[in-house]
Design a protein around this ligand. Structure first.
Ligand code: ATP
Length: 289
């Protein structure tokens, strides 16, 4: 029997990200609306019947391999919890931009964890969730990616069911920003009751396909310092605004931007407006999702 499997680990964007408090342990409390973006997915080849141990190889130089990789850490935690001696080997092909605010590492970890839980049943769902959250606050979302509100530090999920969505464009400007940088420079927080009211309004607007209203409700408390520090983001936002975007925001801790459009033809126009001559090789990625 073949023991190799191909897994797909989707990216996410945060349509709303409100920071509502800071805990004594330094973590921030938030209210967010996650939307999975399977059009941008990492590919993971898993071999469960190799030599003893866990390895994770990745050809992207900016991504740590083996123990340093969130995917391998998740696999090791699962093996420990289940009392399994692993013979697991993973090869990761990154398509999700790294340190972009699109949840790449968390998605790899959640996808591997979910896969292992299917292959080796016996870990109750709540324990798997706790295992995931102990490695990273966004990882529980990727155990079962679907439109979901999240609270706590991102680990308390409330699925909304699939929401109607306007057309989405993601622009990655090809420089990394660490989540630590974004949180260190946080300037605004939102009262929890206001964040909850916005979340409810946003979900309702999407359910009713009122995309202009939904776009006006999208927001990110982490984004102001990013726009101040990186003028390229402000320029990209202006081009998107001038070419039909209903809204433009940073996803998560950035620097990836997402823009919402009423239809595919206005999104196309924005893509054309962003086009840079090929010989400039900026490395900027424009992803129609
Ligand atoms: P989030 O949106 O969850 O805040 P992010 O998209 O901003 O995350 P990642 O792409 O997950 O950030 O990468 C953050 C850092 O994590 C990287 O700089 C890298 O050193 C490390 N890392 C560990 N495992 C992975 C992985 N599987 N893929 C990418 N980066 C990883």
């Amino acid at each position: 029997m073949d023991s190799r499997y191909i897994l797909r680990a989707p990216a996410k964007i945060n349509l709303l990200l409100r920071i509502t408090g800071k805990r004594a342990d330094g973590y921030h409390e938030l209210v967010t609306l996650f939307h999975p973006v399977p059009a941008v997915s990492d590919e993971i080849c898993a071999d469960l019947k190799g030599s003893p141990g866990i390895t994770l190889a990745c050809a992207s130089p900016e991504v740590p391999e083996n123990d340093g990789n969130l995917g391998a850490r998740a696999a090791a935690a699962f093996a420990g919890r289940m009392g399994i001696t692993p013979t697991w080997h993973f090869e990761l092909k990154k398509n999700i931009p790294v340190a972009a605010g699109m949840g790449g590492g968390s998605s790899d970890a959640g996808t591997i964890l979910k896969f292992l839980a299917e292959q080796f049943p016996g870990c109750p769902g709540d324990e798997l969730n706790a295992l995931a959250a102990a490695i990273g606050a966004d990882i529980p979302f990727f155990l079962s990616p679907g439109d979901a509100a999240a609270r706590g530090i991102g680990e308390k999920l409330e699925y909304t069911g699939q929401l109607p969505m306007p057309e989405i464009l993601v622009v990655f400007p090809n420089f990394p920003v660490s989540a630590a940088w974004a949180y260190k420079h946080l300037q605004t927080m939102t009262a929890p009751e206001n964040a909850e009211a916005e979340l409810a309004e946003l979900v309702n607007a999407l359910r009713q396909r009122k995309f202009r209203k939904a776009a006006a409700l999208c927001a990110n408390d982490l984004e102001a310092p990013l726009f101040s520090k990186f003028p390229l983001l402000t320029q990209l936002r202006r081009v998107l605004w001038e070419n039909g975007a209903l809204c433009v925001h940073v996803s998560g801790s950035g620097p990836a931007l997402f823009a919402l459009f009423e239809d595919t033809s206005s999104r196309k126009e924005a893509v054309q407006a962003l086009a840079v001559p090929e010989n400039l090789e900026t490395g900027m990625k424009i992803l129609e999702c």
